[in-house]
Design a protein around this ligand. Structure first.
Ligand code: FES
Length: 59
């Protein structure tokens, strides 16, 4: 099992819709989930965006 503490951040320009944010720290496409968590018990965080926005994501 892997645990991850936020150590990095990124500014993301998110379009309307569902985005999956990495919670495991293994994604090669951080801050977005790329499926790298499959060897852990962790799951990505679902982020629903109602209108395009710029956010700061810590991961
Ligand atoms: S790769 Fe980290 S949660 Fe999916």
């Amino acid at each position: 099992m892997s645990q991850h503490s936020a150590t990095s951040s990124a500014t993301a320009h998110l379009e309307t819709g569902t985005h999956w944010i990495c919670s495991c720290g293994l994604s090669k496409n951080a801050p977005y989930c790329d499926g790298g968590h499959q060897s852990t018990s962790l799951q990505p965080i679902e982020l629903e965006v109602q209108a395009p926005k710029v956010v700061e994501i810590s991961y």
